[in-house]
Design a protein around this ligand. Sequence first.
Ligand code: F6P
Length: 331
Amino acid sequence: MVNLIKLKYREKFMSKKIAILCSGGDVSGMNPALKRFVEYAKEKNLTPYFVYNGYEGLIDNKIKEASYCDVAGIITRGGTKIGSARSSRFMQASFRKIAKSNLDTLGIDMLIVLGGDGSFRGLNTFYKEHGIKFCGIPSTIDNDITGTDYCLGVDTALNIIKSSIDAIRDTASSFSRAFVVETMGRECGYLALVTHLTSGSELCLIPEKAYNLKEYEDKFKKEMLNGRRYFISIVAEGIEQNSQEIADWFENAIGIEARVNELGHIQRGGNPSVYDRLMAYEFVSYAIDGLLNNKNTSIICYSKNGFIYREIKEVAGIKKELDPELLSYLN
Ligand code: F6P
């Protein structure tokens, strides 16, 4: 009886501990998410903890209580103040055991993970072995996570790409050249496709759609005869050919000088857009609310119908298909 009263007292007055970590490729929107995490956790009488450098920090016990001071002024900054990493050690059971014991020692029993599919696969294994309560927030510029239409960071990345292409257009049109602009996204062509549809480019090549450059030759040559002075083409990093080969094709088959621009990691950085700040706010709010309402094994997904909690087994390790409607616009 006395023990039961003690337990009830503890439950009522002792603050529960919740941790957050960022894993895999960083995205703009992680810092706004960290800010919301600290503020909303405290509002809900939880003690917030930061795990530094992703799963690596979980293994190395780089876990510290987070304060309002830690998140002051970070909402405008890309990247993540607490660092991110791809951890090969976390793929080994022995290191996951250490990670769990570090959480146990601190009395942390809820974990929020911002990351992509690889991070969620690791999280799923961690949960199956150790029964940790968690919530995942899809965060990758690749937008390649099954079950969600949107991953944190995508809007900022698209806006960075947009500004780059607008600038490239200036020089392309002045200098009568073809530009091959390569976007990130691993095996997923989402960034390239949305960029194509919103930048007025002439060509878009993505892994999800087979192409034959020959089919563009007559059209492009005719356009040049009719006065076209430059081309912009958007190429996803996951296609089979490399960007230089596409540039060579412009020079040899179309007859226009060509340059390659591999946008690279600028796509991952920059001041988070308003949309990513808002999505960070909502993703984190849903994550904490879910954990407080026994949604202990889920990923927060977002679709046209709003936010939804999906079981991790419905999400992790399942190849995402590109939105067929978007794909149908590519001809
Ligand atoms: O997954 C995010 C991403 O930026 C991919 O688009 C890209 O292929 C990869 O990470 C780059 O990884 P790294 O930062 O290790 O070079």
